[in-house]
Design a protein around this ligand. Structure first.
Ligand SMILES: [Ca+2]
Length: 58
């Protein structure tokens, strides 16, 4: 989320800041539904501490 190609506490803090917010331009809306909730946290947990381009290449 913070564009350093690594999933760590920098990203977690962005999610925590946006937690339970609603909107279209939320950085932490990984499960694209316009809300920051447990589904986005699940996506973050899946890639925790991985280093890769984000979004992943399709
Ligand atoms: Ca979401």
């Amino acid at each position: 989320m913070n564009d350093d190609c690594k999933v760590d506490f920098g990203d977690y803090s962005i999610m925590a800041f946006e937690w339970q917010l609603h909107g279209e331009d939320l950085e932490a809306d990984l499960h694209k539904d316009g809300t920051i909730d447990i589904r986005d946290l699940a996506v973050l947990a899946e890639v925790w501490l991985e280093e890769q381009p984000w979004p992943p290449p399709s």
